[in-house]
Design a protein around this ligand. Structure first.
Ligand code: SF4
Length: 502
């Protein structure tokens, strides 16, 4: 337990606690999350219930397991809308979980009474993404930092040195502002008088006011200029060292986490799809989604800056209606072909994209005709031409070059589509092209470096393997050639550097 837990005053910000914790053993994770779910329900009005309508669930977080070890920084990475911020807020009980358990230092956070929750809130803080909206513009930065101390009646007793509690809190706020790189003289200023980086420093001072052990950093630098990001990251690193903090660092940018995280968990559509030590994730990514995220990271080396970056096809599907089987299969460049099909992967991806658009996105033949008509606007001779219709779709979905029975099936589907029978065309494609990835959901497997992907289902992977052995292990999977399995070396590029943010 820290001093704060005992209710004793915190005398100075410049000390480092031995974070031995409360109920949990020192070698146990500080935070242990199992099966965390956060669903939101739509169509759940009184009328819906009277009419017996089933509420629609939006699965923002869908069965997340995480261990955050004492003193480490665990990165949680994924695109916008993948559920990472919701997971961070839910494990702090800022949102109530739908299901799952969270243990903090051996205590069940979900079962905490109000009193226990108040104690927990002193030990676990959060820094929010947006330094502009997360600070109350009507409060001075001093009052913003003091607010948490006052709510928790810190210090519990009047200080022995004769200061009032109010004076003690103000002194503590001044010390914290200085510790995060601001000046104590700025204590009576308002947030609008500060730059973005300075405001984020205020947010960090606020999070540290109660001397927490664990801090969720929710995209703490993504709203900042690149030149300011490195300064805030360096500050966070220094504070972790000084105060023995444990961080959960949420980010959408892999290049940021490489330089601050000990381990990384990659999230997609509410689930963890890969987790492992930062070097293993960057140097030997296993999940196609992680590989795609790494491909999008800007490279520091001049030779690599001109490389071709294959953007992921499609958008993140709605968590209201996630795809069956592997949730990533509607975008996966390595989606597994059924045993009856053996075509270039780009073309299989194209066929699957066409089918997904027909099945999931309401794509219609009429929209293709409208596109063709708009291309011939003003042409009085324009007539609906089935040949042009099919060619448009072959171009759009990369369907050129197919041969044999595969080509016949696709051409059949295009002919059916020309006649406006979208459902039938989708059925035709589904009968012939259903992927194993859509029939069964992969499970996160592996110890140190875990992944949920059917390509790795039988893999006995060890993070300590020699890189050449890793290549051999990967090359034997599901018919994927070695070269197709590994992306370019995942250089996350150096953390940005730049001038002081004042
Ligand atoms: S299970 Fe299939 S769709 Fe999912 S990531 Fe692996 S290869 Fe891609």
């Amino acid at each position: 337990m820290t001093d704060a837990d005992d209710g004793a005053p915190v005398e100075t910000v410049g000390r480092r606690e031995a974070r031995s914790g409360g109920g949990g053993a020192p070698d146990e994770p500080l935070v242990r999350v199992r099966g965390l779910r956060k669903y939101y329900y739509e169509d759940d009005s009184l009328l819906d219930r009277l009419l017996g309508r089933e509420p629609t669930s939006v699965k923002a977080v869908d069965g997340v397991d995480l261990d955050v070890r004492r003193g480490e920084t665990l990165g949680v990475v994924g695109e916008s809308g993948c559920g990472k911020s919701t997971a961070g807020e839910t494990l702090l009980r800022l949102r109530e979980a739908t299901d799952g358990t969270v243990e903090f230092d051996g205590e069940d956070v979900m079962a905490m009474s109000d009193e226990e929750l108040t104690r927990f809130r002193r030990r676990a803080g959060i820094v929010f993404q947006d330094p502009f909206s997360s600070l109350d513009p009507r409060m001075t930065v001093g009052d913003i930092v003091i607010e948490g101390l006052a709510i928790h009646d810190e210090p519990a007793d009047p200080p022995a040195d004769g200061r009032s509690k109010r004076e003690w809190r103000r002194d503590r706020a001044a010390e914290l502002l200085e510790r995060v790189g601001l000046s104590a003289d700025q204590i009576d200023r308002y947030p609008h008088e500060f730059s973005g980086g300075q405001r984020q420093r205020v947010g960090i001072a606020r999070a540290l006011a109660l001397d927490p052990e664990f801090v969720v950093l929710d995209e703490p630098v993504s709203a900042l200029d690149v030149s300011v990001q490195a300064q805030i990251l360096n500050l966070l690193g220094d504070l972790q060292e000084e105060f023995g903090l444990t961080y959960l660092f949420i980010a959408h940018d892999l290049s940021v986490v490489r330089h601050i995280c000990d381990r990384v968990a990659v999230m997609y559509l509410g689930e963890i799809v890969e987790s492992g030590p930062t070097d293993a994730i960057f140097e030997s990514p296993k999940h196609p989604y992680t590989e795609a995220l790494l491909e999008a990271v800007p490279r520091a080396s001049v030779e690599e800056q001109g490389r071709r970056v294959d953007a992921l096809s499609g958008d993140v599907p709605s968590p209201r209606d996630p795809p069956s089987g592997c949730h990533f299969r509607t975008r996966c460049p390595e989606v597994i072909q059924p045993p009856t099909i053996d075509i270039p992967q780009e073309q299989y991806r194209g066929v699957m994209d066409l089918r997904d658009r027909l099945e999931r996105e309401g794509f219609s033949a009429e929209s293709v005709w409208e596109t063709l008509a708009s291309e011939h606007a003003g042409d009085d001779e324009f007539e609906r031409d089935p040949v042009a219709f099919k060619e448009t779709l072959r171009e759009e979905f990369d369907l050129h070059g197919l041969t044999g029975a595969t080509m016949d099936t696709v051409e059949d589907a295009l002919e059916i589509l020309v006649n406006g029978r979208e459902g039938e065309a989708a059925d035709r494609l589904r009968d012939a092209f259903t992927s194993p990835c859509e029939e069964e959901e992969p499970i996160l497997t592996g110890e140190t470096h875990a992944v949920s992907c059917h390509l790795h289902a039988d893999e006995d992977y060890d993070v300590d393997l020699d890189p050449e052995d890793v290549g051999t292990a990967m090359g034997g999977m599901a018919g994927m050639p070695d070269g197709a399995r590994n992306s370019d070396e995942g250089d996350g590029s150096a953390a940005p550097t730049g001038p002081e943010d004042r």
